[in-house]
Design a protein around this ligand. Structure first.
Ligand SMILES: [Zn+2]
Length: 245
């Protein structure tokens, strides 16, 4: 019976690890997507700033074009002014010259604003240059590390599945079915629970002293009176071994 209990404890540890590995593999796609999303957020914010810079440059170029156009209008207005035949023509040309000059001055003010904006954006891009230059590399690195971790989990799972089957077939049929039924019934998959500080570690019910003695003896299968899980108390030797590992 002692050997069977040890097999059950071993089986439980393997099954708990199998659950962990399966969960890790099942959620891998979502977790990978969230890594990608995190990097995408950085890339998006960088693209946004670069977009701002490009927009400001384009707006500045457009203003330069407007100024150049207005300067040709101004030349024409100046000519009209020089060739004014009478007071009325003179005043009209004068007003036109004035308006164009004001327009040019307004565009020039806007150009200065755009240049200030460009300077700020360039400064921000400069301060994030490291991040920008390493972002793709870091993303690939993080995804490669994640894929490697999942590959390792798949390999470990295959090994644990094999180990489980090997232990399972050596159990007496009745015990094996009790174990399976309990493992499938409980939400956490725990069929074999350690007794910690006199209580079942699965449901936290404290054990009667007599039961503790029986569990400690380990020569028969004792189940928790509250949750019906198979109970065991880790011996000092195996506890030390776990701590050393
Ligand atoms: Zn219990």
């Amino acid at each position: 019976m002692k050997a069977d209990l040890e097999k059950l404890i071993d089986l439980q540890k393997t099954d708990t690890n199998i659950r962990r590995l399966k969960k890790s593999i099942e959620t891998a796609e979502d977790r990978r997507a969230s890594i990608e999303q995190e990097f995408e957020q950085h890339a998006f914010s960088i693209r946004e700033i670069q977009g701002n810079r490009d927009r400001l440059h384009a707006e500045r170029a457009e203003l330069e074009k407007q100024i150049a156009e207005n300067k040709t209008y101004l030349e024409r207005a100046d000519r009209n002014l020089k060739h004014a035949q009478n007071q009325k023509e003179y005043e009209t040309a004068m007003r036109e010259t004035d308006a164009i000059q004001k327009q040019i001055a307004a565009f020039e003010t806007q150009i200065i604003e755009k240049m200030t904006g460009i300077e700020e954006v360039e400064k921000e891009l400069e301060s994030r240059a490291d991040e920008i230059n390493t972002l793709d590399g870091k993303r690939d690195e993080a995804l490669a590390a994640f894929d490697k971790e999942i590959d390792a989990a798949r390999i470990e799972l295959a090994g644990e599945d094999k180990k489980r089957n090997e232990v399972f077939v050596t159990l007496p049929a009745q015990l094996a079915s009790v174990y399976n039924r309990m493992a499938q019934r409980s939400r956490d998959g725990i069929a074999v629970a350690e007794v910690v500080n006199g209580s079942c570690s699965a449901c936290f019910m404290s054990l009667r002293p007599q039961m503790q003695v029986e569990v400690k003896r380990g020569d028969q299968i004792i189940t928790c009176e509250s949750c019906t899980r198979i109970l065991y108390i880790a011996s000092m030797e195996s506890k030390a071994a776990v701590t050393d590992a």
